[in-house]
Design a protein around this ligand. Structure first.
Ligand code: MSP
Length: 524
């Protein structure tokens, strides 16, 4: 198997710096972090790239409003993004800034290469320009003189440079058709194929400096900067070495050598920016002679339960850090992964988040832990009995055998869902296991049996502890802080965070102290 196939490289979009992180941008970043941590747990080499999209008119205007230079404004916003991601336990490998000098050079090298190959040409151009979207619209795109989302446009006439995107239309259709997993979910793939049924226009990739100076200068015409999307999309490749002769092997490690099945690149993004990622970006890569990503996955929108899509321009944004103060970061991450089926839109509210935290975390997981640790404290002096002392086997009854069987099967079920970009279903598998374990405790009632038959109560508790250990490892990518805490209470060092440890049951050694401590997830 080529090395890149066992690698996992995931990207989030680069966020605009015209506002602070909010729950919409946090959602995408948390999801990417969760997927990345799962793949790492499966034993893969992984890389998570996130960052900021700093050029363009939006940023220039936001800086002007604050009386700062664009660079000062960006530096300040980058701090806010990095702080938010740290508070939300985002373990990124690369924080990418489009203003990094190496990136600008790589963008210029790409522009020059395309120009030299005749892929870019100059033309006088007129059209309706929307500052907020940084895009031109044609007359037929407009609805009542505004963009389809109701934003203002102005008429502009000027010379511009165009990338011959139309040339790649058929190759792109062929690629999407022969690679069913290239654009996901399926409904988005169909949407892109539908879009490609119309003739594809060439892409305007320049902006005259007289209108916009904050951008990457076009190397073959210094009066222009490049279109912010042309600059920003390239980050996914330049971030791991594209157009940098001294980083060739690093680039090949993540992008493969040409066959798309060798690529380890997974782009996660919102459905509103699917066209730029699934049409412009692959066409750019084809023209540059670079391999295509393996998966482009579009997630849905987080909707404010009452006010609709959260957006900066409409002011309906929820600060993720406010929610964190109510339920804690782990429970917030858990909610976003468990309750939102990746790809779908989802309403959220404080009530929904608190409800989920109470049912799955305080009740299901929390109860199993507190009951088990209390009973170990009461009847086994706070440490695990040996397997021999409880009869030499955890599967002594029909229900014990069925729980043990489920325990051993759950990790593979979780893995299969993660491989399918279905983290909500992966969590459901863990919830089913915990439900079953709580049911088993109810049925066997070790709090009663311990008085007459200590061995059988010990056997039940050992099996419960193994369920807790497995759940802690499987939930760790979603709730790293709380699951470290739980593993610590179960006497498991960091080494327990290992995929292979899940096939060994029991794994908790006899005599391991089990701490009771405060409730893991207090009921809210
Ligand atoms: N800068 C571009 C992306 C360039 S990538 C080379 C951009 N930035 S953005 O800050 O406007 O949006 C980034 C992402 O945030 C998009 O994927 C968008 O879908 C996501 N979200 C913004 N609001 C959102 C919600 N309310 N819900 C979910 N995600 C949404 O576009």
């Amino acid at each position: 198997m080529p090395e890149s196939q066992n690698n996992f490289y995931i990207t989030t979009p680069l966020y605009y710096v015209n506002d602070r992180p909010h729950l919409g941008t946090a959602y995408c970043t948390i999801t990417a972090d969760v997927l990345n941590r799962y793949h790492k747990l499966f034993g893969r080499q992984t890389c998570l790239l996130t960052g900021t999209d700093e050029h363009g008119q939006k940023c220039q205007q936001a800086a002007e409003k604050r009386g700062l230079s664009p660079q000062e404004h960006c530096d300040d916003m980058v701090k806010a993004f990095k702080e938010a991601w740290q508070e939300l336990y985002i373990d990124y490998d690369i924080f990418f800034r489009t203003t990094d000098p190496f990136h600008k050079e790589a963008v210029q090298a790409s522009l020059q290469q395309l120009y030299d190959k005749g892929e870019i040409y100059a033309k006088d151009y007129s059209g309706w320009y929307c500052v907020s979207d940084e895009m031109f619209y044609t007359e037929k795109d407009l609805i009542d003189g505004k963009t389809p989302d109701g934003k203002e446009v102005t008429w502009i006439e000027e010379k511009n440079y165009f990338f011959q995107m139309s040339k790649y239309q058929q190759a792109l259709i062929d690629h999407i058709q022969s690679h069913p997993k290239f654009i996901q979910p399926e409904s988005r793939r169909n949407e892109v194929l539908g879009f490609l049924r119309q003739p594809l226009a060439d892409l305007c990739i320049s902006r005259p400096k007289s209108r916009l100076s904050w951008g990457v200068e076009i190397p073959f015409d210094r009066d222009y900067v490049t279109y912010v999307w042309f600059d920003a999309l390239l980050n996914y490749a330049t971030g791991v070495g594209f157009q940098q002769p001294d980083r060739k092997s690093e680039f090949a490690r993540w992008w493969g050598q040409g066959d798309p099945s060798e690529s380890s690149v997974h782009h996660l993004l919102g459905k509103d920016i699917l066209t730029t990622h699934a049409v412009y970006w692959p066409a750019m890569l084809m023209a540059l002679g670079a391999p295509l990503p393996r998966v482009i996955y579009a997630h849905g929108w987080i909707l404010n339960k009452d006010a609709g899509k959260m957006s900066k321009s409409q002011g309906h944004v929820i600060n993720p850090l406010d929610l964190k103060d109510i339920v804690g970061v782990d429970a917030l991450r858990y909610f976003l992964v468990r309750d939102i089926h990746l790809g779908n839109d989802a309403p959220i509210s404080e009530e929904l988040i608190v409800g989920r935290s109470n049912t799955d975390l305080a009740n299901n997981l929390g109860n199993l832990y507190s009951r088990t640790s209390n009973l170990i404290g009461k009847y086994f002096s706070g440490s695990t009995p040996s397997l021999e002392s409880v009869g030499g086997d955890l599967g002594q009854s029909e229900s014990a055998r069925s729980l043990q069987d489920m325990l051993l099967k759950t990790p593979e079920l979780v893995r299969a869902e993660i491989e399918k970009f279905s983290p909500s279903r992966a969590l459901e598998q863990v919830v089913l296991l915990l439900n079953q374990a709580n049911k088993y405790l109810e049925e066997t009632a070790p709090w009663k049996t311990a008085k007459e038959d200590l061995a059988s109560a010990g056997q039940v508790l050992l099996l419960s502890l193994e369920v807790l250990r497995t759940a802690a490892v499987l939930l760790h990518p979603v709730m790293p802080y709380k699951m470290d805490d739980l593993l610590g209470r179960l006497g498991q060092a960091e080494a327990a965070l290992n995929w292979d440890s899940l096939s060994k049951v029991p794994a908790i050694a006899a005599g391991t102290p089990i701490q009771k401590g405060e409730p893991l997830f207090p009921k809210i």
